[in-house]
Design a protein around this ligand. Structure first.
Ligand code: F0G
Length: 833
C-alpha cells in the first residue's frame, strides 16, 4: 500500500490554540495534511522524503474553486490589482469596480438588480434576510429541510441542521421548515404564516447532500411569493457562477428569483466576496446605509470577480456541463457495478453527490461500528487521500454522501484516476474488507516489543454523533438501561471482524490499541426485554472498543486513568440515551472499583455483581446436584474471602456446608479481619496458606490477581471450582482440566427468551450474563442510585434474587471457563462461522 506519511502532521493537535478538537479529529483520520500549494486541480504537500506529493482535489474549496487553484489569469489579475496600488480601503468614495461588477452580475442574472457586496456566503444571506424584513415587515421565513445558508447568527436560523442551530435561537425571528419538493407542505407553510418575510432555498441543496429542487416545486414557490408579495430568495452561493453548467441553477428551474445570493466561486478562488442581488423594484434605498461592511466592495475582490465572470463564458459553461456529465456517467456506471456499496449518484454539472449505503448489517464489525458512528465516509475519505492521493469529503449534514465539486479544468485522466480509486474502495466495501480499508490508520510497523503509548484525548469520533444521540433522546420515554461491555480478546475480535484473520495476533492487538484513544464507546442494537410481572426495559449494550487483555494490562500497570475515562464515556453515552441505570459488565466494574470511580450523571449504577453472585451460587447448587455432591457432607473453600465478593459468598454459602475454610491474605490487618469475620459463620475457619485449597470439595475463587496463579495441582482432584475472579484465577490449562469441574458462574434465562445476540457474544437465545440481567432487574425495580455499586452484602444478593424470582428470571446454564458461555471456545466459534 502506498502511504505518504506527512512530516508536517503535528504531534499533539489537541494542544493547538486553533480548533484543537477539529484538528484532533483530522489527525485521528490521518487527513490532517498541511498543503503547501495548490495549482489547477491539485494540492501539494511534502512527504517524509521531501518529495512533492500531488493530491487530486475534488473538494474544490466547498465549491469555491470552479477555476481551480491559482488560475493564472486570476492570479495575474490579483497581482495587477496589488501592483497598481488599487485601494482596498476607500470607503465612502465612488467605487467604480463594485459598480461595474454589480452591472455585470445583474445582466448575467437576467434582470434589473441592485447589488450589495459582502465577504462571505453567510453575509449575503444576512443582507437578504434584513432586506426582506425591511421590505415586508415580516419576521417569518420559509426555508427547506436539509438547507444550509451559513452559520452567522441570522443565517444559521435558516440552516436546517439542528446541531449548528439549536443553541442559538432568536426570539424575534421564526422559520417554518418543510421538505424540498413537498408541494402540499409548501402550500400549507405559506397558508400558515401571517408575517411572512420571504421564501429562501438552494436550487440544489449542497450541504444537505446534493439534492435538487424540482422545477414544479420551485415554480409553485415563485407563484406563492408573488401572491403574497414576498421575495423569492435563491441562495446560489454554491450552485451559482456556472457550477451546474448554467450561470444560475435557477435558469433550469424556469424561475427568476427576487433575490439572488452569490459567493464561493465568484471570488475566483482567490478573493473573499459575496453578492446579494435584489430586484430594483423591491430594493429599499435606505438599505444602502443600513447595511454596510468595512471590507465589502473593495477593488481587489471586485476585479478578481470581474475577471472570473469574464472567464465564465459560454464555452466554459459548456465545459462545466460536459465535464460534469462525463464524471456523472462514470459514477453511475460504478453505482451500477456496485449496487450494494453505492446507494445513489446525483447532481448536475460539477456539483455531484455520491451516497454510500449504510453498512448496518455488514459481516464486518468495524464497518457496522463506523456506520453507527456515522464515520464510514470519513474513513473512505481518509483511505482515498492516504492510499490514492484523492481528496474528497462528505457534507457535514449528510455524512453518507460524498460531495464532489471539481473545477471546470478537470481532465479525463483525473476523472479516470478518481474512478479507479473509488472503485477500489467499492471493492473493499463490497468484500467487507475493513482491514484494507482502514489499514492507512495504522501508523506503520511498531518495533518488536515496543508498546504504544496511549494518550487520553477528548476529541473522539463521537463529536459527530451528537445529533444522532439527540434524536434518540427525543423518543418517548420508557425505562432504558445500559450495559457496558468490551471485546474479550483480539482473537474474539475475529468473530466480529473476519477480515482481520489476515493479521497476526500481535498486529491485531496493536490495531485495537491504536484505536483506543480514537474509538469511542458505541451503542449496539437495543433489545426490549419483558418480565413475567409485565414490566419491560429497553436494554442498550454499549461496547467499549478494547480487549480484556488491554484492560488487564492497564490493571497490572495500575494505570486506570484511560480505562476509567473510557468507562465514563460509556456511562455518559448511556446517559445521553436516557438510561435510568447502567450496569458495568466485564472489566468495566473492576477498573472502576465496582463503579465507585465513575460519575453516575444522575443514573443508577451497578457493578452487576449481586445477580452474578446469585447465579454463581445457583450454578454451584446445580453442579452439586448433577454430580451428587452433598454440601452437608462437603468442605467448601473460599479463596479471596477478604474481598467483597468472597465475603458475600461466604455469608450465603457457609451455613450449608459441613465445614468451610476461608482463605485470605496473610497481611496482619487482613488476617485479623478474616478471623473476626469467621466468628459469625457456622463451622468456619480462617486460613492464609494456599495449601488449604486442597481440602475443598467445592472451591469458590474470588481473588484479585492478574497472573492466573491457581494451577490444577492446587485443587483436590474432582473438585468443583467456581472462579468468579476477573481476570481468571485459573490458567486455561486448569480450566480445561478433566479432573476439575470448573465453572465461572451462571447464566440467566430470560422469561420471554429475547435474543441478546449482539457484538459477537454468541449467547444462546434467551440467555444473559448476570451483570446484563441485573441491569434489567434493577430497571424493572426503578433503581436510580448507587446501592448496587461498591461493596455488596448478602442482603443485596437476596434482594436481587427476589427480583429475579418476581420477574421470572432463572438460572439457564453454567458459565464455563470460556468467555462465551458455550462449552468451548472452538464450539463458540463454530457457532458463528
Ligand atoms: N449558502 C450556501 C448555499 C452555502 O453552501 C454556504 C456554505 C453558505 C451559504 C455560507 O457561506 O461559509 O461563506 O458563510 N457552504 C459550505 C458548504 C460551508 O460546505 O456547503 P459561508
Amino acid at each position: 500500500m502506498n502511504l505518504n506519511p506527512n512530516p508536517t502532521r503535528p504531534a499533539e493537535p489537541a494542544d493547538w490554540s486553533f480548533k484543537p478538537r477539529l484538528n484532533q479529529l483530522l489527525h485521528s483520520l490521518r487527513i490532517d495534511v498541511a498543503f503547501e500549494r495548490g495549482a489547477g486541480n491539485h494540492l501539494y504537500y511534502r512527504d517524509a522524503e521531501g518529495r512533492d506529493v500531488a493530491v487530486l482535489d475534488l473538494v474544490g474549496g466547498y465549491g469555491s474553486l470552479l477555476f481551480g487553484h491559482a488560475h493564472p489569469a486570476l492570479v495575474a489579475e490579483a497581482v495587477k490589482a496589488l501592483q497598481t496600488g488599487r485601494p482596498t480601503h476607500a470607503q465612502g468614495s465612488r467605487r467604480e469596480h463594485a459598480a461595474r461588477l454589480a452591472r455585470d452580475l445583474s445582466r448575467r442574472a437576467g434582470g434589473d438588480y441592485c447589488v450589495l457586496f459582502g465577504n462571505s456566503g453567510a453575509e449575503a444571506v444576512e443582507a437578504a434576510m434584513k432586506h426582506a424584513m425591511l421590505e415586508t415587515g415580516g419576521r417569518t421565513f420559509i426555508a427547506l429541510e436539509r438547507a444550509f445558508h451559513g452559520k452567522t447568527l441570522g443565517a444559521v436560523q435558516l440552516t436546517a441542521n439542528p446541531r449548528f442551530r439549536e443553541e442559538y435561537g432568536l426570539s424575534g425571528l421564526k422559520v417554518v421548515r418543510l421538505a424540498a419538493n413537498d408541494l402540499e407542505a409548501l402550500e400549507a407553510a405559506f397558508a400558515s404564516v401571517t408575517d411572512l418575510a420571504g421564501f429562501i432555498f438552494e436550487p440544489i441543496l449542497g450541504e444537505g447532500g446534493v439534492r435538487a429542487v424540482e422545477p414544479e416545486f420551485a415554480r409553485r414557490a415563485a407563484e406563492l411569493c408573488v401572491a403574497r408579495d414576498v421575495p423569492l430568495i435563491a441562495d446560489e452561493c454554491q450552485t451559482g457562477m456556472g457550477r451546474t453548467g448554467v450561470f444560475l441553477a435557477c435558469e433550469t428551474l424556469g424561475i427568476r428569483p427576487d433575490y439572488v445570493l452569490l459567493s464561493k466561486s465568484l471570488g475566483g478562488g482567490l478573493a473573499k466576496i459575496s453578492a446579494t442581488l435584489i430586484r430594483r423594484e423591491r430594493y429599499q434605498t435606505e438599505f444602502d446605509l443600513q447595511h454596510t461592511s468595512t471590507y465589502a466592495e473593495d477593488d481587489y475582490s471586485c476585479d478578481i470577480a470581474l475577471k472570473a465572470l469574464e472567464l465564465l463564458d459560454a464555452a466554459m459553461l459548456e465545459t462545466c456541463r460536459e465535464r460534469g456529465e462525463k464524471l456523472l456517467a462514470g459514477l453511475r456506471q460504478l453505482a451500477g457495478k456496485y449496487p450494494t456499496v453505492i446507494a445513489d449518484v446525483r447532481g448536475r454539472g460539477l456539483m455531484i453527490g455520491v451516497e454510500f449505503r449504510r453498512r448496518e448489517r455488514s459481516s464486518s464489525f468495524l464497518l457496522r461500528f463506523l456506520t453507527t458512528q456515522e464515520d464510514l465516509v470519513y474513513v473512505i475519505m481518509g483511505y482515498l487521500l492516504n492510499v490514492h492521493q484523492v481528496r474528497v469529503a462528505p457534507t457535514l449534514s449528510d455524512k453518507f454522501t460524498l460531495r464532489l465539486e471539481p473545477s471546470a479544468l478537470i481532465e479525463d485522466a483525473h476523472i479516470a484516476q478518481f474512478l479507479r480509486a473509488l472503485e477500489e474502495a467499492c471493492v473493499l466495501l463490497r468484500q467487507e474488507d475493513a482491514l484494507r480499508l482502514t489499514a492507512f490508520l495504522n501508523l506503520g510497523p511498531v518495533a518488536p516489543g515496543a508498546t504504544t503509548r496511549l494518550v487520553r484525548n477528548d476529541a473522539q469520533f463521537t463529536a459527530f454523533n451528537e445529533p444522532r444521540l439527540r434524536e434518540r433522546q427525543a423518543r418517548p420515554a420508557g425505562v432504558k438501561v445500559g450495559w457496558l461491555c468490551h471485546l474479550v480478546d483480539s482473537d474474539d475480535f475475529l468473530s466480529l471482524e473476519p477480515a482481520f484473520a489476515r493479521m497476526n495476533a500481535p498486529e491485531r492487538e496493536r490495531f485495537l490499541e491504536h484505536n483506543v484513544p480514537r474509538l469511542a464507546p458505541v451503542v449496539m442494537s437495543a433489545v426490549e426485554v419483558r418480565s413475567l410481572a409485565g414490566d419491560a426495559v429497553r436494554f442498550f449494550p454499549i461496547l467499549l472498543p478494547v480487549t480484556s487483555r488491554w484492560m488487564k494490562r492497564q490493571l497490572e500497570a495500575r494505570e486506570l486513568g484511560l480505562p476509567q475515562a473510557l468507562v465514563q464515556q460509556g456511562v455518559d453515552l448511556a446517559r445521553s440515551l436516557d438510561c435510568q441505570l447502567v450496569s458495568l459488565g466485564q472489566y468495566t466494574s473492576i477498573v472502576t472499583l465496582n463503579g465507585t470511580q465513575v460519575a453516575p450523571r444522575g443514573m443508577g449504577v451497578t457493578s452487576g455483581n449481586s445477580y452474578a453472585i446469585a447465579l454463581a451460587v445457583q450454578a454451584i447448587e446445580r453442579a452439586q446436584a448433577e454430580t451428587g455432591l452433598r454440601p452437608e457432607e462437603s468442605v467448601l473453600v473460599i479463596v479471596g474471602a477478604g474481598g467483597n465478593i468472597g465475603r458475600t459468598c461466604a455469608e450465603l454459602l457457609a451455613p450449608r456446608y459441613r465445614r468451610t475454610v476461608l482463605v485470605g491474605s496473610a497481611r496482619p490487618g487482613a488476617r485479623l479481619r478474616l478471623q473476626e469475620f469467621v466468628k459469625h459463620l457456622p463451622n468456619t475457619t480462617a486460613a492464609t496458606d494456599p495449601a488449604a485449597l486442597r481440602a475443598g470439595d467445592v472451591v469458590l475463587v474470588a481473588i484479585n490477581a492478574v497472573d492466573a496463579p491457581l494451577r490444577e495441582e492446587c485443587f483436590k482432584p474432582g473438585a468443583l471450582v467456581c472462579d468468579l475472579s476477573v481476570p481468571s484465577a485459573l490458567p486455561g490449562s486448569a480450566a480445561a482440566s478433566r479432573d476439575l469441574f470448573v465453572i465461572k458462574g451462571g447464566i440467566a434465562a430470560l422469561p420471554y427468551g429475547e435474543d441478546l445476540e449482539f457484538v459477537g457474544f454468541p449467547l444462546p437465545r434467551g440467555q444473559a450474563y448476570g451483570c446484563m440481567a441485573e441491569a434489567m432487574l434493577l430497571g424493572y425495580a426503578g433503581v436510580r442510585d448507587g446501592t448496587f455499586a461498591g461493596n455488596l452484602s448478602r442482603e443485596h444478593v437476596l434482594e436481587v434474587t427476589r427480583l429475579a424470582e418476581a420477574h421470572g428470571f432463572s438460572l439457564a446454564d453454567y458459565k464455563r471457563a470460556c468467555v462465551f458461555g458455550s462449552q468451548t471456545k472452538e464450539a463458540a466459534y463454530a457457532g458463528i462461522h
